[in-house]
Design a protein around this ligand. Structure first.
Ligand SMILES: Nc1nc2c(ncn2[C@@H]2O[C@H](COP(=O)(O)OP(=O)(O)OP(=O)(O)O)[C@@H](O)[C@H]2O)c(=O)[nH]1
Length: 841
């Protein structure tokens, strides 16, 4: 690593990160890359929270604008995108027609046969007043940016251009739809979107096998599916290990057939594992190669032959394929071969020779003329995946869900184990390790009732719905592990009938509860506060420009600056105090957790390694399970049932010890006071009082208006950053345990034949025994270190951002600034209009 990087980090007050940069070989180019926000996600797994800090560093403009990195940030790409963007953005901002207006036919059929364009012409309502305001303000800011670009690039000029570029609306709410296969997830998504034929559903042998994201198509009026493939290299590696496995299995079979010793001493359980693995492999290979793989399995390179991928050349080149169609039905027929596995070749789908799901990472389905432009529904099959990149994507999506729908058949909704196990398994990823605010337990197929006669059906359905809700709520109250992450007010039960909602038979739409879910999504989609933030940010920037162009008395500024700096120091002290208290509280909880983990980890491991059935009997098939666990780094994701995670089990006393304090420090729901006991949200330079005090001095007042909006914007960005970092801080506990356990998994995975189970158990036991004095301490230290990094960064960001803004608004004497008085008047009016809309909302 060269001196440049060291100097830059020192210059930015981040000298203690130099070690990490060195450790990960992050040099000058990467540093540029980071400050330009490119490819940062690839580096995040290496660097953890620090990279997120780096990412935000750019957003928060902590870096000095004279740095080389800053200069590169002001590249022409960025410039032009703002200057030209309004038209593109404007399109995005105007919502399409509401589904209610568009789909006059509840079946969702009528629009499908017709040309959508014609249909849309009739139904598209004009943009909402908010969208019009946003459109106008974006256009105004685009023009102002263009004028600034034509001027000399001074410090203030650069600062203003950056500020305009940073104004954006990036609200995206993810709703994760979980549930076992056949529960009714696809039908539910179709019903809430009133798109009867969008996601394929409904057969015994077929099921959704890859993650499908469904969102509004904001770019055109077509139905679209973007397919993202895994890498060629990844498939080659997977093929290699599958062929290897099949070869070993064949050898074993031959040895047995030759009359060799078929008892390899593996308790017979090896066969259980092999059977499961064998079935999975066969399923994958048959999907892609039909029967042909059986002749080619000795050479994985033969299975890479181009002829198998003729239909998807994109797999080798761009890794992305886009399908388009005029109707949902047409699109669905096109993408089904990328999303579903169909072991028995359903009737009507026999023409499909190859099913490409093993090569697909995810599919994004885009629905035109849908006004949920800020919401993405994600159909999540099962627990995740054994395929590494699909599993990573699963985790990434799950930790980003702001709402989770657990879908299950209404029959035995409360008593069935699987939905609760899915929820339990995901709780740490969506709770403290994620950002979920609402859990909806959705009991589907409420129309399916057997015992009632025709006249009684309606009453019976409603009665069962009531009972199901009571039972599920009662069950939720028993789920201690889930309740550590979520309070009762985040949990709600729905009893829905997707089928009857689309058919309008037997049940009124309201009784199907689909409209209730639609209203929820509509509220989630609401971008009012984002629009207010955009307009208020624009108002602040224009105030700064106008204030700078009519600046006069330096004396007043000195007095205001002194007062602001005094306020800033006072506020920083307040934040520091809360941060120190938080650190202390974390330390106390974790110390207790380390002690408990140390004393009980061997017992925990034992209960895992020697599982007993109810009644104390030994459990069969455990050998296979453990083999999977050690092969996949402590994690086993069976096709059915809950995922097994030994790392989480070992770190459970640590996570238990911190869960409550963690939730208090980083509350999930927006209504709560916010992170760090609300000290970030209440951070204020008291600019409102100063605005009132200096209301007769127009230039000072304008600068103070800018500072007020700058303060608000900074808090929004900081809160977003805190939300991302807290996930990494939380997951660092289990990750440390996972890393420490890795060597023992690797050693255990190589055992074969006689005494395999015993040897695997001994290896893990010995390792836990040897590392129990250090592993948990290390996990605690890592969490505290990450917390400390975050706290330092927040303080740095608060101080530097506000100081830079004070300096540029009140201490810089630049007069070659455009006159934006007209624009300011217009945006100011919009700003007040939006305030009024907000109060009437
Ligand atoms: N009667 C009735 N049947 C439903 C309802 N919802 C779903 N089904 C049926 O249940 C079956 C499974 O539904 P899907 O929507 O495909 O289930 P899924 O959870 O998406 O299944 P996978 O794709 O395998 O993950 C289909 O035959 C549906 O028609 C409902 O509300 N009422």
């Amino acid at each position: 690593m060269d001196d440049f990087v060291c100097n830059k980090l020192t210059e930015w007050g981040l000298s203690e990160w130099i070690g990490s940069f060195k450790e990960h070989g992050i040099g000058k180019e990467s540093l540029y890359c980071l400050t330009r926000n490119e490819d940062i996600d690839k580096l995040i797994p290496k660097m953890g929270p620090k990279l997120i800090f780096m990412k935000r560093l750019k957003l928060l403009q902590v870096r000095p604008s004279t740095s080389a990195a800053a200069k590169r940030n002001l590249d022409p790409e960025g410039e032009s995108s703002v200057g030209q963007s309004p038209t593109k953005h404007q399109h995005k901002a105007i919502p399409g027609p509401s589904p209610a207006k568009r789909k006059l036919d509840p079946e969702g059929e009528s629009s499908e046969g017709q040309s959508p364009t014609k249909h849309q012409h009739k139904a598209i309502p004009g943009p909402s007043p908010e969208a019009t305001i946003l459109f106008d303000v974006k256009t105004i800011m685009g023009h102002v940016h263009e004028r600034l670009r034509k001027q000399q690039p001074t410090k203030l000029n650069n600062f203003l251009k950056n500020k305009i570029r940073e104004l954006k609306i990036d609200k995206k709410e993810l709703v994760g739809v979980f549930g076992k296969t056949g529960a009714g997830k696809s039908s539910l998504i179709n019903a809430v979107l009133r798109e009867k034929h969008l996601l394929p559903s409904g057969s015994v042998s077929a099921c959704t096998s890859v993650m499908i994201k469904v969102e509004a198509n904001m770019d055109n009026s077509k139905y679209e599916a973007d397919i993202e493939f895994i890498t060629v290299e990844e498939w080659r590696n997977e093929l290699w290990s599958m062929c290897q496995f099949l070869w070993n299995a064949d050898q074993k079979k031959h040895a047995a057939a030759d009359g060799g010793d078929d008892d390899d001493g593996s308790d017979g359980d090896d066969d259980d594992f092999d059977d499961v693995e064998h079935r999975d492999i066969e399923e994958k290979l048959s999907a892609l190669y039909g029967e042909e793989w059986k002749q080619k399995k000795t050479s994985h390179e033969d299975l890479m032959d181009n002829k198998y991928f003729r239909e998807i050349p994109e797999f080798f080149f761009s890794r992305k394929k886009t399908l388009t169609a005029q109707t949902a039905k047409e699109l669905s027929a096109q993408f089904i071969k990328y999303t579903r596995s169909d072991s028995k070749q359903e009737e009507g789908r026999k023409e499909i020779k190859r099913w490409y799901w093993p090569l697909v990472k995810s599919v994004t389905v885009k629905v035109p003329n849908n006004d949920l432009q800020h919401v993405t529904l994600v159909d999540l099959p099962g627990n995740g995946d054994r395929n590494k990149s699909r599993d990573e994507m699963w985790k990434e999506i799950v930790t980003k869900c702001s709402t989770v729908w657990i879908v299950t058949d209404i029959n035995r909704a409360a008593s069935e184990k699987e939905p609760w196990e899915i929820l339990k398994g995901a709780a740490s990823f969506i709770g403290n390790g994620g950002q979920c605010q609402y859990i909806h337990f959705i009991c589907t197929k409420s129309d399916c009732i057997e015992e009632a006669d025709d006249n009684d059906i309606y009453a019976q359905i409603l009665k069962r719905n009531r009972r199901a809700k009571e039972a599920v709520n009662a069950e939720f109250n028993k789920q201690k592990h889930i309740k550590k992450h979520f309070s009762e007010d985040t949990f709600e039960v729905f009893t829905v009938s997707s089928k009857r909602f689309l058919q309008r038979k037997c049940l009124q739409p309201e009784d199907t509860e689909i409209p209730k879910l639609q209203r929820f999504l509509k509220n989630l989609n609401d971008s009012h506060s984002e629009t207010v933030n955009y307009v208020s940010g624009a108002h602040g920037i224009l105030s700064l420009i106008q204030g700078a162009s009519c600046r006069d008395g330096a004396n007043k500024n000195t007095a205001v600056c002194a007062e602001l700096e005094h306020n800033l120091n006072h506020q920083i002290c307040k934040v520091k105090t809360v941060m120190a208290e938080t650190y202390k509280a974390f330390q106390i909880c974790l110390d207790a957790g380390v002690e408990r983990s140390r004393s009980s980890c061997e017992k925990e491991l034992s209960s895992f390694l020697y599982p007993r059935k109810k009644g104390g009997k030994k459990r069969c098939g455990f050998h296979g399970t453990l083999k999977c666990v050690v092969k996949y780094g402590g994690i086993h994701k069976p096709k059915k049932g809950a995922a097994i995670n030994l790392n989480m089990k070992l770190s459970s006393h640590l996570t238990d010890s911190i869960d409550e304090e963690f939730r208090r420090t980083f509350p999930q729901t927006k209504e709560k006071c916010g992170a760090f006991k609300g000290v970030i949200n209440s951070f204020s330079l008291n600019t409102e009082r100063l605005i009132d005090k200096y209301k007769t001095h127009k230039d000072v007042k304008l600068q103070l208006v800018f500072l007020k909006t700058e303060e608000d914007m900074m808090k929004i960005k900081l809160n977003q950053m805190i939300r991302e970092c807290k996930k990494l801080i939380y997951s660092s506990l289990t990750e440390t345990v996972e890393k420490t356990m890795q060597t023992s998994y690797e050693r255990a995975a190589v055992f074969k034949g006689k005494d395999t189970l015993k040897n695997m158990r001994n290896t893990l036991e010995q390792h836990v025994h040897d590392s129990k004095d250090t592993m948990f301490k290390q996990a605690k230290n890592n969490m505290l270190k990450n917390l400390n990094d975050l706290q330092k960064f927040i303080l740095l960001a608060l101080k530097n951002t506000m100081m830079e803004s004070i300096e540029l608004s009140l201490k810089t004497d630049e007069h070659s600034i455009p006159d934006v008085s007209e624009e300011l008047v217009r945006v100011e009016k919009y700003y007040y209009d939006l305030q009024q809309m907000k109060s009437s909302h």
